[in-house]
Design a protein around this ligand. Structure first.
Ligand code: ARG
Length: 588
């Protein structure tokens, strides 16, 4: 379906043309004086100079053309030359009927469907997820869902950190503790045990211990580097042990991400590109892209127009080891070969912006990507505590994601079991659902690049710009619809009618912005636009609800029209929260 602003702009453009002016002047926008009108057009002011006429004269001539229009019930020229517009109820009803009858409420699929890879999550194996990983997961998941809803082919890749020194550290510490493990016996040729010799909680304790020791003891660090080297050069026992670490860690990660309603199509890691790095390095050398600098292999990426220093991108260290850069570049090469994406979007902490600038430039310069391949860095800001500093536990340590969610679920459970008469089981399940909405909406309603304050009291409030408020609104609609059905009504089959009151019309007009909003949220990778839209929509609904006695209305036609409007509002709200990655309960 055509976007409503385009559709009504057409009408005004035709009026400009009929009055003898350039139709370009007829662009309509949403009114910035909702007390006076619903939409406005400022074209007469823009045309005044060109036509050497007072804007009000032009506006008057155009308004005359619009008299009797099927689209506008009001088209007034007002000083100094605005056109104040109001829609006819019939045009508006026609538009929302179209929305309801169309797939995706009239959102049109793009002519060319793109293949998009989204690189998000980015956890590191054997390290617990902490709040720093929350934003990448929440934002990436939503960006993925929005792009997919637009009709694109989208592949989410977790890009595990599974290959660096951290793996060597863990192995070294395991060897210290259990030197008899068969994995370390390099003469062993038999099969390795199926069971891992550790649990996830042991792993999570081993890593920080090892990391601490290596900082204090150079010999220990040496050993860890040796172990990393053995792993990377394919020593059997090390590979087998590494696979065990990955398996234990990944199954724990899957559980954690499932709790967040976040999922990935690919569980690839840095290790997956290990074997293609030598070929990539050769290619960069042969084509003269990479050169040696102080023993290391680098690609220059600075450009004349730079206003700040962009250092060269290092491909290999002087000891020949690869780096974070190297795996990211090889991953780009791999994605281009295996998937051939039109775009790759990285959802990573914005402090890595310069790093990605280097990587992107290097990928372009070395032609790992096509000139038209889009590489986008969606950097997110820090999640701060109420003190304005990065979010910590009460003791000042790093907050594990699991614990954060546990605390919020608990708080929400208290709140819900206070109000509603639910079984313990339902209250627990509902609390989990509402808590997730609180956390996700609290994050996504901010522009991703901004830092924000994680204020759980504010986020979990049932009032204001929060996830629970949106859910509460949906639950309210569902409860009215359920009662309507109890009265014998057919809510799903109800027919939309022309709006009969201001609040009903305002709710209807909010609904019509859906397709334009989704297009913008996709184009700007901006889930916060979905949040802003549903907040306005929920407010418009609640305003209508407070002014209208729906269930006791005696005029059956009127009532049916309202019910149909509620059904559409519910469907649009539920679609939007699904794009944000959460869902609404039946009651709360
Ligand atoms: N594992 C990395 C970290 O913890 C994040 C990975 C981001 N993605 C990427 N392609 N580099 O910082």
């Amino acid at each position: 379906m055509e976007k409503i602003l385009d559709l009504i702009s057409k009408e005004v453009k035709a009026a400009f043309a009929a009055a003898g002016y350039s139709e370009e002047l007829g662009r309509v926008t949403i009114s910035n004086r909702p007390d006076l009108c619903e939409y406005q057009c400022n074209g007469a002011m823009a045309g005044a100079k060109q036509y050497k006429k007072a804007p009000i004269i032009i506006a008057n001539e155009v308004a005359e053309q619009l008299a009797g229009s099927k689209v506008f019930s009001q088209a007034d020229a007002v000083a100094p030359g605005f056109l104040n517009l109001k829609l006819t109820e019939s045009f508006l009803a026609e538009y929302v009927r179209g929305m309801r009858d169309c797939e995706k409420f009239g959102l049109e699929e793009p002519e060319r469907k793109e293949t998009i890879v989204i690189d998000y999550g980015g956890p590191n194996v054997a390290k617990p997820l902490h709040v720093g990983h929350l934003r990448s997961a929440i934002i990436g998941e939503s960006v993925k869902r929005i792009a997919r809803y637009m009709g694109h082919k989208v592949i989410g890749d977790i890009h595990l950190g599974d290959w660096g020194l951290q793996m060597g550290l863990i192995m070294t510490e395991l060897q210290e503790r259990q030197p008899e493990l068969v994995y370390f016996d390099e003469t062993y040729t038999g099969e390795y045990p199926k069971e891992a010799p550790f649990t996830i909680s042991q792993l999570e304790e081993i890593y920080p211990t090892a990391s601490g020791k290596s900082k204090a003891d150079p010999a220990y660090k040496e050993k860890a580097m040796e172990a990393t080297y053995k792993l990377q050069s394919g020593v059997r026992g090390y590979r087998a042990l590494w696979e065990q670490i990955i398996a234990v860690s990944v199954s724990d990660l899957k559980k954690n991400y499932a709790n967040l309603n976040v999922s990935f199509d690919l569980w690839k890691g840095e290790s997956d590109v290990h074997d293609i790095i030598p070929g990539m390095v050769d290619y960069m050398k042969k084509n003269g892209y990479a050169h040696e600098s102080e023993g290391a292999l680098v690609v220059d990426v600075k450009e004349e127009t730079d206003t700040k220093e962009i250092p060269p991108c290092m491909i290999l260290k002087s000891d020949g080891a690869s780096l974070y850069n190297t795996t990211d570049l090889a991953t780009i090469m791999d994605r281009m070969e295996q998937i051939g994406p039109d775009e790759i979007i990285y959802v990573v902490d914005k402090r890595q912006e310069l790093y990605f600038e280097q990587v992107f430039r290097c990928a372009r310069k070395t032609e790992l990507v096509l000139p038209e391949t889009k590489l986008k860095f969606l950097g997110f800001g820090t999640m701060n505590g109420k003190d304005g500093k990065p979010f910590k536990t009460r003791e000042g340590g790093v907050m594990r994601l699991e614990h954060l969610l546990r605390d919020i679920n608990e708080e929400m459970y208290e709140k819900i079991s206070e109000n509603a008469s639910m079984t313990e089981e339902e209250a627990r399940a509902t609390a989990k659902q509402v808590a997730l909405a609180a956390v996700k909406y609290g994050d996504l309603s901010n522009q991703a690049s901004k830092d924000y304050i994680f204020d759980i009291e504010k986020f979990s409030s049932f009032e204001g710009d929060t996830g629970p408020y949106i859910l509460y609104t949906i639950v309210r609609i569902k409860s009215i619809l359920a009662k309507y059905k109890e009265q014998g009504g057919d809510a799903e089959g109800a027919a939309l009618r022309e709006a009969g009151s201001v609040s009903e019309k305002e709710l209807t007009m909010e609904l019509t912005g859906f397709n334009a909003m989704i297009e913008a949220a996709f184009a700007e990778t901006a889930p916060h636009k979905v949040c802003a839209y549903i907040y306005d929509l929920a407010n418009a609904f609640n305003h209508f609800y407070h002014e209208t006695k729906i269930l006791t209305e005696e005029n059956a036609e009127k009532k049916e029209g309202w019910i149909a409007l509620l059904v559409l509002t519910r469907d649009v709200l539920e679609t939007c929260i699904d794009l944000l990655g959460f869902s609404a309960p039946e009651r709360m």
